[in-house]
Design a protein around this ligand. Structure first.
Ligand SMILES: N[C@@H](CCC(=O)N[C@@H](CS)C(=O)NCC(=O)O)C(=O)O
Length: 208
């Protein structure tokens, strides 16, 4: 039997989380290898691009979060079979990845610079990205991003909106998504209420 291992940091969010959720929802058995930050220095050079997530399948590896998302989305039946719907699913995932990369690239900046850059992102590109994502959701019926049902794209957006509303991102207003993109917050609540997601976070004792 094929063995899957998802290697990601020991956090319940960010780039590895949508793949974890997809495998939980799809009941695809996998090993959840949670790397402690203290151990990362020893493991980094063993990864394809010096970064996580990495998915291992029978000892072989694949990196890049959205590629992993597509693969596990297919396994979990959370990726559209129709090529156009698949493109819409990819669009939402890539849109999140694009803005998240900009926001997270400020992580190690000196405090004053981080503050300036994050405030500027929040007022400009991050707000625009939320607005655009919301418009795409509405254009596709308002419930889900593609295929008229829950797909891996919804999981990626869910994880992003949760992060933005968590208060973990200093200098980004915690109510930004609520103010700029209330339909995305409704979408977040919709995904959050999925029974498998509720059960998963309850078991992990993660408050949503
Ligand atoms: N394009 C990559 C980016 C991966 C990435 O930057 N991952 C971060 C964690 S979210 C990481 O591994 N940071 C540690 C490091 O770069 O040393 C992807 O989408 O997977």
């Amino acid at each position: 039997m094929t063995k899957l291992k998802l290697v990601y940091f020991d956090i319940d969010g960010a780039r590895g989380e949508a793949a974890r959720l997809a495998m939980v929802i799809g009941k695809a058995p996998f090993e959840d290898d949670r790397v402690k930050f203290a151990d990362w220095g020893n493991r980094k050079s063993g990864t394809p691009f010096g970064a996580l997530p990495v998915l291992e399948r029978d000892g072989q590896t694949v990196a890049q979060s959205n590629g992993i998302n597509r693969y596990v989305g297919k396994l979990a039946e959370l990726y559209p079979a129709d090529a156009w719907q698949a493109a819409l699913c990819d669009e939402a995932m890539d849109a999140v990845e694009e803005i998240a990369t900009r926001v997270w690239s400020t992580m190690r900046l000196p405090e004053a610079e981080k503050k300036a850059q994050r405030e500027s992102l929040a007022a400009g590109p991050l707000s625009h990205s939320l607005d655009h994502l919301q418009r795409r959701l509405v254009a596709h019926g308002g419930q889900y991003f593609a295929d008229g049902r829950l797909t891996i794209a919804d999981l990626k957006v869910f994880v992003w909106i949760r992060h933005l509303r968590s208060g973990d991102l200093d200098h980004v207003p915690v109510d930004l998504a609520d103010r700029v993109a209330p339909r995305l917050v409704e979408h977040y609540e919709r995904v959050k209420s999925h029974p498998a997601i509720k059960a998963y976070y309850a078991e992990r004792k993660v408050a949503l």
